[in-house]
Design a protein around this ligand. Sequence first.
Ligand code: KG4
Ligand code: ZN
Length: 333
Amino acid sequence: MILGIESSCDETAAAVCIDGNITSNVIATQRVHEQYGGVVPELASRAHQQKIVPVVQQAFSEAGISVKDLSGVGFTQGPGLLGSLLVGTSFAKGLAFSLNVPLLPVHHMKAHILAHFIDQPFPEFPFLCLTVSGGHTQIVRVEDYLRMEVLGETSDDAVGEAFDKAAKMLGLSYPGGPEIDQLAKSGDSQKFSFSKTVMPGLEYSFSGIKTSILYFLRDQMKVNPDFISQNIHDLAASIQFALIQMLLDKLVLASSETGIKEIAIAGGVSANTHLRNELEKIGIRHHWKIHIPEFEYCTDNAAMIAISAYFQMKNSSNNEIDLEVQAMPRMKF
Ligand code: KG4
Ligand code: ZN
């Protein structure tokens, strides 16, 4: 019985995994950041401190277990915001030490990928995973539960960040990705186009398109101050189309270069409707076996941390409590 704790950014989350099955998954989303248009690290850290105990207690009660039943404590070690990570790390260390059970540090981005092993059907190894969140954009070759290799990633902004910044330019609230997704549903994705930076191989870059959107809106607003409000649906659809196209082009290249046709997506942006629909279509064309996570496991959650800790514990002979383990804001993959 493993407790998983997630506190890397602005969700305080706890989940229980019993023999590889998730039996509770509790998430407290911090609303305090909405008024600032982005996550304020100090406020995030304080909110984690307030919420971590009730969230963990609720995870125990929903799983029908007591703290004494635990056989391991998993937590997000990084990457993420230092002040936020410290809350989960300290809590996990204290709990594991008091119970004398293994302390299992988890890499947040690897956990997004391992979320695919919560519900059947599981991907078969090796598979490719497009991991897309607010801080990362990566194509990962997954050999097994613990061995993963980044084949390509962004050299600047992450795609989730591009969604959120574009949304901010459109006057939408934070996080803007889901709002763009919603507005795009009744928009024309071919109405506007934006210039993109073409990167070699499997690398991504989103700073060029972000600037292109900014200049386009600025020029249009000079001519017509109501341009954004009059075209909000078409703008959302066109921006979304361009960003998702960039993601998929490289994924197709990665599959043809590696010969791997078992394809998964993970991370917050994998909740995007257009990405999910397009992937299904491309998958049919290229004879891919597609793995799309349930919505609740796309954005940050602790079920993915608990399942990762479970695989770590199962596949490692050394599960001692190492109280020297530190939170790592820029943890290497
Ligand atoms: O994985 P996640 O919850 O947190 C990080 O680890 O960063 O990802 C958050 C990101 C945000 O940028 C958010 O705007 C984006 O995922 N996101 C979406 C959608 N849902 C969340 N982007 C586009 N469409 C969505 N439906
Ligand atoms: Zn995440």
